[in-house]
Design a binder for this molecule. Structure first.
Ligand code: GN1
Ligand code: MG
Length: 359
């Protein structure tokens, strides 16, 4: 019945049955997605042959990354309900949780936390945009998402991972990883460390702006990869924004920068041939125009002036996170091959280099 990692079919079945689902369970299949949680999809037959099948997305939550699961699920509950209330006249629907049988938003199976979402049928996701129009519409959707979140008081949300968006703290984590050097991998990453070292000051720009109030703290999505937008299979328009784990107070330009980092990249995030790594300027412009169409109403002058810089800083910061995880022995991001996080880090740093030339 299952294709999920290291769990027997009966255990998966027990986990999905913790949730308020009706009908006969037809199958459970693994969905290869994301670097953090394990994701499955279950199909249920409801109301006999005439009615049909319903699908649900189940995630086994990674509690090494999210150490405070109650805080994580508190945020996801608050955000999904807020988005549902905000409505979707623009064709966007809100991701919706399925409650556990005991009424909570998540449940434990053998000490491991699980959650369940309604499957958004008739949609597709992409790692690379088909064209500039698709990039633009994704940027519009994330801009719209930030507008919807702007009516959610930050005080209702918790920090699911402390200092998640803080580039200074990410630099300190990398420095600390290098000091510890548990696997003696530091010697092989000297070039990458020198590249980062030369940009230390830049990594404080946004933290300084937040401290001095030149840039406001706002609730953001926090992981604006293109594949976190589900596009309608028929109309090609964004239908739903997923992955709400990092919706919490941050700064708006983080979302924009992360969108550029991933969506305007000419290569995969873990490409080994660095000659293929570049930033596509047409896609960058489409992202900037789409995002600005929504965000120009609330961004201040400092934010508008720092959009291209944000792409560089967010890309550099995520590169440092991959590198720190490589140095520490790959305990955070899932890897599929030796050196996977180093490959990911190298792509990010090469992206920064091309952005410095082009943006
Ligand atoms: C992780 O699991 P996924 O792919 O949604 C990470 C993001 C990174 C991203 C890089 C909680 O997201 O912050 O930007 O990988 N999520 C967490 O691809 O750390
Ligand atoms: Mg994510």
């Amino acid at each position: 019945m299952s294709t999920a990692p290291d769990l027997a079919g009966s255990e998966l079945e027990a986990a999905v049955r913790l949730f308020e689902l009706e009908g006969d369970l037809v199958e459970i299949v693994g969905l290869h997605r994301g670097h953090i949680h394990d994701t499955l999809v279950s199909t249920w037959q409801v109301g006999g042959e005439s009615d049909g099948h319903r699908r649900f997305v189940h995630q086994r939550l990674n509690d090494r990354v999210f150490r405070d699961i109650p805080a994580l699920m508190h945020n996801v509950g608050v955000v999904t309900r807020h988005l549902a209330r905000a409505g979707g006249a623009d064709g966007l629907t809100a991701l919706a949780l399925v409650g556990a049988r005991d009424g909570a938003d998540y449940a434990f199976a053998r000490d491991t936390p699980w959650r369940t979402y309604h499957f958004v049928e008739g949609t597709e996701s992409y790692d690379h945009p088909k064209d500039a129009d698709m990039a633009r519409s994704a940027a519009l959707a994330f801009g719209d998402f930030q507008i919807k979140l702007s009516t959610l008081p930050a005080s209702e949300l918790r920090q699911t991972i402390p200092n998640f968006f803080n580039s200074e703290a990410r630099l300190a984590q990398l420095d600390d990883a290098c000091r510890r050097n548990p696997l003696e991998r530091v010697a092989e990453v000297q070039e990458e460390l020198a590249f980062i070292d030369a940009r230390r000051k830049q990594l404080s720009v946004f933290e300084n702006a937040l401290r001095t109030g030149r840039m406001p703290r706002r609730v953001i999505h926090g992981d604006t990869k293109l594949n976190n937008v589900l596009f309608d299979s028929e109309t090609g328009k964004p239908r739903c924004i997923v992955d709400l784990d990092t919706c919490m107070p941050g700064y708006s330009l983080f979302d924009f920068g992360d969108l550029v980092r991933f969506t305007a990249a000419t290569s995969d995030e873990d490409e080994r041939d660095l000659d293929l790594v570049d930033v596509d300027m047409d896609l960058f412009k489409a992202l900037r125009d789409g995002y600005m169409e929504k965000a120009s109403g609330f961004l201040n002058a400092f934010e508008v002036d720092h959009m291209a810089f944000a792409a560089r800083i967010v890309t550099l910061t995520i590169g440092m996170r991959f590198l720190a995880d490589h140095v520490m022995g790959d305990h955070y991001f899932k890897i599929e091959r030796e050196g996977h996080n180093l490959d990911r880090a190298r792509v990010q740093l090469r992206m920064v280099e091309t952005m410095e030339r082009r943006l």
